[in-house]
Design a protein around this ligand. Structure first.
Ligand SMILES: Nc1nc2c(c(=O)[nH]1)N[C@H]1C(S)=C(S)[C@@H](COP(=O)(O)O)O[C@H]1N2
Ligand SMILES: [Mo]
Length: 326
């Protein structure tokens, strides 16, 4: 006999669908908290919903930030089997089949460059210092597909603040783990000779925007390896390639760094990579996208400027020609 038990995450999926369900669910959750289910789901004294996530055998609470909501969600099964993580190959399902070799524990991150307090910090120590929350973001790949994903993470600016950036720091460079046994590292021909480690960069003010997060989980669970475990960037107003996975080093620098995709072809992939329906990729239009939701078909929809986050980020680019700074 099959008994279907709703997990934590399915409840949050419902929360994402409509305000009505949200309100009635909240009542149920409150009752559950009173009945003692609060070890898994709870309501804190401010009335915000909290849950917990286990990372490296430690339990961390996180809050549901309902100001960032999108619906419908992309099913977990699709978000974890349709991936880009070229270290593991070029086919969308390669990371799902091969990323189990990624060594994610123990994990530490070096933060260096133009900072007053350079550090090498263990992931567990980072998580003791920051505020974890769940946010559902729209995620748009430069290949013109998109997903809605509930990330669990914290604002990058919280971590940067501990390192005290110097006055001359203007950009932030991120580096992915390079492991000798990654298929694309062992066998560069299978990935068109992309050079690893994978690098990405942001301007410091972009990195400090409140939308920019480092994620440690998704759908209520720890990040799967293929999605960039144990720590990956998410910059929702930019094309997906900026959201660098499995980060081992963050370096503050004075000059605009050259990221992996710029290095491969700077005429196709610029530093900014802001989602923009009016600026086509040299080989395809960016006006529309294929949303990956339930079922087999892609749902076509118009792409929004800054991926729908213009209100929060358009001011970062006032006076800039977005056609030249693609
Ligand atoms: N290290 C690394 N990070 C990466 C990539 C990659 O190949 N290697 N691909 C990028 C691209 S193109 C996209 S669209 C997103 C995909 O994230 P997802 O697989 O979690 O959806 O990761 C980005 N981060
Ligand atoms: Mo992408």
């Amino acid at each position: 006999m099959l008994i279907k038990i709703k997990n934590n995450y399915e409840i949050s999926q419902n929360l994402a669908t409509s305000q009505d369900i949200y309100s009635s669910r909240r009542k149920i959750l409150k009752t559950m908290a009173v009945l003692g289910a609060g070890s898994v789901l709870g309501i804190d004294i401010l009335g915000a919903q909290t849950r917990q996530i286990e990372i490296h055998k430690n339990i961390y609470p996180y809050e549901i930030n309902s100001s960032y909501s999108q619906s419908p969600l992309t099913p977990y099964q699709k978000a974890t089997t349709y991936n880009n993580f070229y270290e593991f190959g070029m086919q969308k399902e390669d990371p799902y089949h091969r990323a189990h070799i990624l060594q994610t524990s123990p994990w530490s991150v070096i933060i260096d460059g133009e900072v007053q307090r350079p550090m090498k910090i263990a992931l567990e120590d980072i998580l003791k210092k920051v505020k974890l929350q769940e946010r559902i973001y729209h995620f748009r790949c430069v290949e013109a597909w998109s997903m809605n994903i509930p990330w669990i993470g914290f604002e990058l600016r919280e971590l940067l603040a501990f390192t005290k950036p110097k006055g001359n720091a203007r950009f932030v460079l991120f580096e992915t783990l390079k492991q000798a046994d990654m298929p694309g590292v062992k066998n560069p021909s299978i990935v068109g000779y992309i050079k690893f480690p994978y690098y990405e960069g942001l301007r410091l003010d972009e990195a400090q925007n409140s939308l920019t997060i480092l994620a440690v989980g998704m759908y209520g669970k720890i990040l799967p390896n293929q999605n960039g475990a144990p720590l990956r960037l998410v910059v929702p107003w930019k094309y997906g390639f900026k959201s660098v996975k499995s980060i081992v080093r963050i370096t503050l620098v004075e000059k605009m760094p050259v990221s992996t995709w710029m290095g491969l072809d700077s005429s196709e992939y610029g530093f900014y990579a802001n989602v923009n329906p009016h600026v086509a990729h040299p080989r395809w239009s960016q006006a529309n996208e294929r949303f990956i939701g339930e079922g087999f078909s892609f749902h076509r929809m118009p792409t929004k400027l800054f991926n729908g986050y213009a209100q929060e980020v358009a001011n970062l680019y006032t006076g800039m020609d977005l056609r030249k700074n693609y």
